[in-house]
Design a protein around this ligand. Structure first.
Ligand code: DGL
Length: 280
């Protein structure tokens, strides 16, 4: 069991930001990553559709043999995690709770430094924000902090386009972040797989808008740490060194390999196209 790969899936490329952090935290682990590129984006779809897509992705990975499943998509983690946990026989980890935990830790330490209360902000897709999953996850950990959540629909296409610095992303980020900063948000959660690629721009813009420091929380990093703890606790850490990374996609791979390198920060083997079994 220990030497089976970790399964990771997302609606497309974005979840590779989570894979990048998993490979940093757990360099001996083999990973099989599925990007549902034929059906991306998930973030604009209904919960029922996202649950159906998520079941198909999870089943495909389970059939290949995995020891744990990481749902690297914020949208799926927000609306379908409980369904997957109830239905699957492997441990399932999403990105929302680790992101909320990291946000609460950051908010508590910032409050000590500043001497006043701070709010937590979350940027995400329409489905993630509409689900209320982040405010619920924060409230389950601490009722001290107000949570302000906002959709940032233009940021996913900007990142897909590789447009992560310069005037256009700066203006888009400013438009989404300014209302949060004016509501005392000093801890900002990147609640979408794509946003870590805009981290520099988001950090720069928010620090220009606020007199106080702003802490940007990347749920990818927090998820990789949570996965390391989960595998250790269940005695599932790889016994040898494999580090193999297999990429699967549901549409023709096209330029996925090149784009994947931007999200991953390294080159990987060419992606392989697969079909997802039809689920109801
Ligand atoms: N992976 C999605 C998320 O983290 C963003 C892209 C999409 O909408 O599918 O919410």
């Amino acid at each position: 069991m220990r030497d089976l790969p970790i399964g990771v899936f997302d609606s497309g490329l974005g979840g590779l930001t989570v894979v990048r952090e998993i490979r940093r935290a757990l360099p001996n682990e083999a990973i099989v990553y599925l990007g549902d590129t034929a059906r991306v984006p998930y973030g604009t779809r209904s919960s029922a559709t996202v649950v159906r897509y998520a079941r198909g992705c999870a089943r495909l990975l389970i059939e290949r043999g995995i020891k744990a499943l990481v749902v690297a998509c914020n949208t799926v983690s927000a609306v379908a995690l409980d369904v997957l946990r109830a239905e699957l026989d492997v441990p399932v980890l999403g990105v929302v709770v680790p992101g909320a935990e990291a946000a609460v830790t950051a908010a508590l330490s910032l409050e000590q430094q500043l001497g006043h209360a701070v709010s937590i902000g979350v940027l995400g897709t329409a489905s993630t924000i509409g689900s209320g999953a982040y405010p619920r996850a924060v409230a389950a950990l601490s009722t001290r902090h107000e949570v302000h959540a906002a959709t940032a629909p233009l940021l996913v296409p900007l990142v897909e386009e590789g447009w992560v610095t310069g005037e256009v992303p700066r203006l888009a980020v400013e438009r989404y972040v300014a209302p949060l900063v004016s509501q005392s948000v000093r801890v900002l959660v990147l609640g979408c797989t794509h946003y870590p690629l805009l981290r520099e721009t988001i950090a720069l813009v928010s620090s220009q808008l606020s007199r106080d420091p702003i802490v940007v929380v990347d749920s990818a990093e927090a998820t990789a740490r949570a996965l390391a703890e989960l595998l250790a606790a269940r005695d599932l850490l790889a016994s040898g060194k494999s580090a193999r990374l297999e990429l699967l996609v549901t549409d023709v791979p096209g330029t996925f390999g090149d784009a994947a390198a931007r999200f991953l920060g390294e080159r990987a083997d060419a992606p392989v196209q697969v079909d997802i079994p039809v689920t109801l």
